[in-house]
Design a protein around this ligand. Structure first.
Ligand code: ADP
Ligand code: MG
Length: 229
């Protein structure tokens, strides 16, 4: 037990360090990309496209990493109605889902409690979960996204897909860094998502059945509850 705690402590520290490095790398990366584009216009080098796509891959990984583990005390908390954020995210992601033959259904509970959160981070989690759901359904289908007020004062957000599902022995590995089953996956999305939700004093839980689909469930303490703590 103690050892396990230590292991996670260590991961947290390394994670924060990595996020700092990622931040530092991102700026020069943007500069390189800009000048490479200019250079391409002037000299028309055949390698420009390859270089650009490799740079974009680095950028993608950095962005996924940057949302990592801001320690709890550094969060910029605002009081938020997550129904609104979720609606924005779903509307933003719908066109691409439709291209993949996927329907995004959103059902918002109007009595969802407000929560204290850093909106940008929670949005990142929502996007990660929906993206994974989309990627789990290569032949299309429905993704049902719901919010619900729980009787104990928590706000629940659920993302249910009809995708390939996750074998039982893998469910417990989902939050491990670099755990991925995808050729172009980073295996960072869920680690970051879990860290963000934990920093908000919430929980992220998966249930899944192979061949049937997966449900990801976020629980966050409502603002009223939070004030009592
Ligand atoms: P990535 O998407 O880059 O692989 P993630 O951390 O987002 O990394 O997810 C890790 C792994 O968890 C995925 O590669 C996939 O195997 C599994 N997974 C996550 N969400 C789902 C889902 N909705 N359905 C099936 N598998 C999933
Ligand atoms: Mg992912």
């Amino acid at each position: 037990q103690d050892l396990l705690v230590k292991k996670w402590d260590k991961l947290g520290m390394i994670g924060q360090l990595a996020a700092g490095i990622a931040h530092e790398i991102r700026n020069p990366l943007t500069t390189i990309k800009g000048f490479l584009q200019l250079l391409g216009q002037e000299t028309n080098t055949p390698y420009q496209e390859l270089l650009l796509s490799e740079l974009e891959r680095i950028e993608f990984i950095m962005n996924e990493f940057l949302f990592l583990a801001k320690p709890q005390q550094d969060l910029k908390l605002e009081i938020k109605n997550l129904n609104k954020d979720l609606t924005d995210i779903v509307d933003f992601m719908r066109p691409e889902a439709v291209l993949n033959n996927i329907q995004l259904d959103l059902e918002c509970d109007p009595s969802l409690p407000l929560v204290y959160c850093e909106s940008k981070q929670i949005k990142q989690v929502m996007m990660n979960l929906i993206k994974n759901a989309v990627e789990a359904m290569p032949t299309g289908g429905n993704i049902s996204i719901q919010t619900m007020a729980k009787p104990d004062g928590y706000a629940m957000i659920r993302v249910c897909d009809e995708g390939m599902g996750i074998p039982k022995e893998r469910v417990k590995r989902l939050f491990e860094p670099f755990y991925t089953s995808k050729e172009k996956g980073t295996g960072l999305g869920l680690m970051v998502s879990n860290q963000i939700i934990e920093n908000h004093k919430g929980t992220l839980v998966f249930s899944s059945e192979v061949g049937k689909g997966t449900t990801a469930c976020i629980l966050l303490p409502g603002a009223e509850k939070e004030r009592l703590v």
